[in-house]
Design a protein around this ligand. Structure first.
Ligand code: C5P
Length: 241
């Protein structure tokens, strides 16, 4: 049975090894997965993965959001898979063929999550990027297009906003994982924010999210452990109803 903390992914979005370790030590009993993203991995390198593993039983999500030509992504993913992490991400934008080649070259069985439409994007950004009206007017349509592609390619799931979770689950099934960043509790004190398609922890879990990524609402809180517990309470409320 999944406990509230198993739903919670904490992104280690800090620039140094020491700060990352401090976050791991502080939060290791309260989160299910630690996410290592571009900032930390580029700054510190793969030793951070070993360090997390030595200190915590939490899963590790290597979130490098690969996006390049197929040969490069395939080989980079092969290297990422060798770290034996629980999850890793690839953008959908190179198409189904690329996703399939990643799925087929994943010896350690890392769960491949396909990034659909970043939660920092909203309709006017899609318009600026030249997307057709259908997608500008309804981002969920674009998320679904990419999510279908990811499922057909054999990915374990997708990353999308909480606003799209219900539709992804309804169409692609309960076992197709949905990870939702852009989580903002009503009490969150994140200042200037780049996240646009946001939703609360309660709403995301209620909608069917398998995991929520909660970074700044915890990191920017005066008392991070208290903030984490408030997130866990919301998760608990959503799963117990
Ligand atoms: O909660 P907060 O906004 O701080 O979370 C930021 C994290 O969410 C970053 O690690 C970022 O990489 C991740 N993210 C993501 N997919 C998105 C948007 C953000 O994985 N679509």
């Amino acid at each position: 049975m999944k406990r509230p903390k198993d739903y919670l992914i904490f992104p280690l979005d800090v620039p140094t090894y020491e700060e990352a370790i401090q976050c791991v030590e502080t939060l290791k009993d309260h989160v299910g997965v630690f996410k290592v993203g571009l900032e930390l991995f580029v700054s510190v390198g793969p030793k951070i993965l070993k360090a997390i593993r030595e200190r915590s039983a939490a899963g590790i999500f290597l979130d490098l959001k690969f996006h390049d030509i197929p040969a490069t992504v395939k080989n980079a993913f092969l290297a990422a898979s060798a770290y034996g992490v629980t999850f890793a991400t690839v953008h959908c934008d190179e198409g189904k063929g690329l996703l399939r080649s990643v799925v087929e070259n994943n010896p350690s069985g890392t769960k491949i999550l396909a990034v659909t439409v970043l939660t920092s994007l909203e309709s006017k950004d899609l318009k600026d990027l030249g997307y057709i009206d259908k997608y500008v007017k309804d981002i969920t349509e674009l998320v679904m297009l990419k999510a279908r592609m990811a499922k057909e390619a054999g990915c374990s799931g997708v990353v999308c906003s909480g606003l799209e979770v219900e539709k992804v689950k309804a169409e692609l099934g309960r076992d197709f994982l949905v990870v939702t960043p852009g989580i903002r509790p009503t009490w969150s004190l994140v200042g200037e924010d780049d996240q646009k398609r946001i939703i609360t922890p309660y709403q995301a879990i209620k909608g069917g999210a398998d995991y929520i990524v909660v970074g700044r609402p915890i990191r920017s809180a005066e008392k991070p452990i208290e903030a984490t517990k408030r997130v866990l309470d919301e998760i608990e409320m959503a799963i117990s109803e």
